[in-house]
Ligand binder design. Structure first.
Ligand SMILES: Cc1ncc(COP(=O)(O)O)c(C=O)c1O
Length: 397
């Protein structure tokens, strides 16, 4: 007998990407497909010390049930971390979530009625597309270029569709790698006020820059645009800079939105692991974070530079891309030059035969996909593997 699943599951399907990931176990494969940080970047010694301290100094609290809003000392440390990035927020002004993924889910749960419109970037983070669709959202796609979402188009879409909210990854987007310019950031904030529409800023990559620091977050800039702070929900994460296994994310949002998110979180996981939160709090307090950030920026920066050089060398005019200034991803597009492939799905299948993997771009679009696009992560392969992997890609095309 078929099990009586809820209708909401009809809005989502397992992604094509998961099917591709099944092939990644092939021996000898070089994968640029994942969105994972490199485990070699984890500050294991620092996390070991922090977790020991949690067990030595406050074992009762670290192993006990805790407040849904988050563990007090971690909320304080995250407040200080945000202050170092130009955002003034009291510990009560943020809640701890189980990864920023849970913050996105809580936003979906608290805000989306079936049929509500939500504007996302085209392309955007696949799990967000799936999550918002699960709640019945109708997703509208706003185009992106190297400077982030195109604000003229976004303004028109906001006027036309009156969305429930707009979801953006302004800093080194996944998968686009795009960095929203300062000018466009100011425009987005002004548009939030003009249309009285909530903007969700998802920011897991903002600390992963390779050269100059990116412009301040929308949240940091909101003080200079009157009325915009009340229309912003910010999601942060320690996943990409420290460890995704800790599952520490946070959300900063207007008080009534946070209160509703906390209510929903109560019925979901009650609270994020207190042990993980206590560990993260000790880690942030230890003062090791700046050195950790400097290290990941340097290593990923070298890998991004190597991938850019190798892509040009091995694929030449067959692809176009913008060199990412931070984050974990290259977003490239097949040009079809000299009769070469233009379908990235087909290219991915040819690449697997050459023992190299990446993710085709189509699933990252909530609307009409650009099938010539694909995403390459440079995070987990060293420079030698990147060079070898790009040479294999050249043979696959
Ligand atoms: C744009 C974006 N948002 C959110 C997440 C979720 O991260 P986490 O739940 O580990 O904080 C990711 C992870 O890949 C991401 O790329």
């Amino acid at each position: 007998m078929p099990l009586p699943f809820a209708d909401r599951l009809n809005h989502v399907e397992t992604s094509a990407i998961r099917e591709l990931f099944k092939l990644l176990g092939k021996p000898g494969i070089i994968s640029f497909a994942g969105g994972f940080p490199d485990p070699a970047m984890f500050d294991i010694e620092g996390i070991r010390q922090a977790s020991s301290q949690a067990l030595i100094e406050e074992p009762g609290a670290a192993l006990q049930y805790g407040a849904t809003e988050g563990y007090g000392p971690l909320r304080e440390q995250l407040g200080a971390f945000m202050a170092s990035k130009g955002v003034a927020v009291a510990p009560e002004g943020l809640i701890v979530t189980t990864g920023s993924q849970q913050a996105l889910d809580l936003l979906g749960k608290t805000l989306i009625n079936p049929g509500d419109k939500v504007i996302v970037e085209g392309p955007t983070f696949l799990a967000t597309i799936q999550c918002f669709r699960l709640y019945g959202a109708e997703l509208i796609s706003a185009p992106v270029d190297a400077h982030g979402v195109k604000t003229d188009e976004l303004d028109q879409l906001m006027a036309e569709h009156r969305p429930k909210f707009v979801y953006l990854i302004p800093t080194f987007g996944n998968p686009s790698g795009a960095l929203l310019s300062l000018e466009r950031r100011r425009q987005v904030l002004a548009m939030a006020v003009k249309h009285q529409t909530l903007i969700v800023e998802d920011d897991p990559y903002g600390d992963l820059y390779f050269g100059e620091a990116p412009p301040p977050s929308l949240l940091a800039l909101s003080d200079s645009v009157p009325g915009s702070r009340e229309l912003l929900a910010y999601c942060g994460s320690l996943s990409k800079v420290l460890s995704p296994g800790l599952r520490i994310g946070w959300m900063i949002a207007p008080p009534e939105l946070l209160a509703n998110a906390v209510m929903c979180k109560q019925f979901s996981d009650a609270h994020t692991s207190t042990f993980a939160q206590a560990t993260a709090a000790h880690y942030l307090k230890s003062g090791r974070m700046p050195a950790t950030l400097a290290h990941v920026r340097q290593v990923y920066g070298e890998r991004a530079a190597a991938m850019g050089r190798a892509l040009k060398r091995e694929l030449g005019a067959s692809v176009t891309f913008d060199q990412p200034q931070g984050g974990l991803f290259f977003w490239a597009r097949l040009t079809g030059e000299n009769g070469k492939l233009t379908d990235a799905g087909q290219f991915a299948r040819e690449a697997i035969k050459q023992l190299v993997a990446f993710v085709p771009g189509a699933p990252f679009y909530a609307a009409e996909p650009d099938k010539a696009t694909f995403r390459l992560s440079f995070a987990t392969a060293d420079v030698g593997k990147i060079d070898e992997g790009m040479a294999r890609l050249g043979r696959a095309l």
